[in-house]
Design a protein around this ligand. Structure first.
Ligand code: GLA
Length: 418
């Protein structure tokens, strides 16, 4: 094996990872698929295609909901991490108890060819050491808090900073780096996992003991639904939970997302300063590269001279979702379409905002699950949320949660083809 490759490739043996036979088989078929893909690079079909039943031993019948659990690894302090794989026979999702992380999302293209469209790794050490939040459940506070500081009921709190001078995604050891408890949930309509994590009072500087349960379910209509639920004990706190799945609808590792077409239901956005902290302004998108009210290729205006795009090195902004909620309280936040193979994903949420991030900080320094280096623009994230740095902006919707109150939120990623 050439020695210039990042270490994750060296780690690719079932023995070194302590994986069970089934997971080892899954690794083997992943490796086969990526070998084939590199030998056909440059041909029009860039999908790394493999049937879900090869990967998981499931998925033979569309509409049949199935779930299985396999060991994934062990943390240095001895905690076992599992991978749950659930399918409706067409879409197959793998999730780790590490960070309640979406590891794989297998969906068919318009010709029925299935591939993994989510960026990630095949082993726990890489998640722990390298992951820029791939697929992770983010908490206690998604996105940035200026200088890690906020005041609640007259008391000042300090979150450890981990993004220049700011705190990002819950500080240095956020919920993405915790092992969550998992419980299978299954009905005749949907299958998935409820993940629970109890964050002690004072963890990462946040007040109050926060119990979060985040339930991920896949139904027969190819909707991946995320239900967030949290309560706090002892003290009031701030909460902003989200998921940081990175998608490339061509298949992960298959190029950039610049030709994906995006339509956003967002008349406004929250401009940022050079450290990506909102200025407090809620600005109209009309007449700017932030206007996706008509379907537009993500790459079309991305390298323009707009100051906000220069600050973000692309899109890395919170959009304010518009329109009226449906009877379930949900609004369409946006829809993505990859024209070549036809995959679509629509995102519905009850949250006021969404962080649209065009993968600007992916820099090619490591390989992902399919053995490809992830570079700038190789994926997008679409993180439904309250606005960044809300605790420091009284004009933004509040993220305060008090004892006795319940934080509840729902986001749906709806997969399809066009
Ligand atoms: C969010 C942030 C980005 C980046 C990613 C993770 O989307 O807004 O700036 O930090 O998380 O890499």
């Amino acid at each position: 094996m050439p020695d210039h490759l990042p270490r994750r490739q060296v780690l690719r043996t079932a023995g070194a990872l302590g994986l069970g036979a089934a997971a080892a088989g899954a690794l083997a078929s992943t490796a086969d698929a990526s070998t084939q893909a590199s030998s056909t690079a440059g041909t029009p079909d860039k999908s790394t295609s493999h049937a879900p039943d090869k990967l998981t031993g499931m998925g033979a019948h569309h509409g049949k909901l199935e779930i299985r659990k396999d060991p994934f690894g062990t943390t240095p302090d001895g905690q076992k991490v599992d991978v749950y794989t659930f399918t409706n026979g067409r879409v197959t999702i793998s999730m780790l108890t590490w960070g309640a992380t979406i590891q794989r999302v297998e969906t068919p293209d318009r010709r029925g060819k299935t591939t993994n469209i989510s960026l990630g790794f095949d082993n726990l050490p890489d998640y722990a050491a390298l992951s820029p939040y791939f697929g992770a459940t983010i908490g206690r506070y998604g996105n940035r808090i200026a200088k890690g500081k906020f005041t609640l009921d007259g008391t000042a709190y300090q979150i450890p900073v981990n993004n220049g001078e700011n705190a990002l995604h819950g500080g240095t050891l956020g919920f993405d780096k915790k092992v969550w408890k998992a419980k299978v949930v299954q009905s005749d309509k949907a299958v998935g996992v409820a993940f629970t994590y109890v964050s002690p009072d004072g963890e990462m500087g946040f007040p109050g003991e926060l119990t979060s349960t985040v339930t991920y379910t896949l139904d027969k209509r190819d909707d991946l639904r995320i239900d967030y639920h949290a309560t706090v004990a002892g003290k009031p706190t701030i909460v902003n939970l989200t998921n940081h799945v990175y998608f490339n609808l061509l298949g992960e590792g298959n190029g950039t997302i610049y030709d994906h077409v995006l339509e956003l239901n967002a008349p406004k956005y929250t401009p940022v300063d050079a450290t990506l902290i909102p200025t407090g302004e809620i600005a109209p998108v009309a007449g700017t590269p932030f206007d996706f009210s008509r379907p537009t290729a993500i790459g079309k205006r991305l390298r323009g001279d707009h100051q906000q795009l220069i600050f973000g090195r692309g899109y890395d902004h919170n959009f304010v979702i518009g329109g009226q909620p449906d009877s379930n309280g949900l609004r369409l936040a946006g829809r993505f379409w990859e024209p070549e193979h036809g995959r679509t994903v629509e995102v519905l949420t009850d949250q006021p905002g969404v962080q649209f991030y065009s993968g600007n900080f992916l820099d090619g320094t490591f390989l992902g699950i399919g053995n490809k280096a992830y570079r700038q623009g190789d994926a997008f994230a679409f993180e439904t949320q309250h606005f960044p740095d809300s605790p420091n902006h009284s004009n933004f919707p509040s993220t305060v949660l008090r004892p006795g109150e319940t934080y509840k939120s729902t986001t749906i990623y709806s997969f399809g083809t066009k």
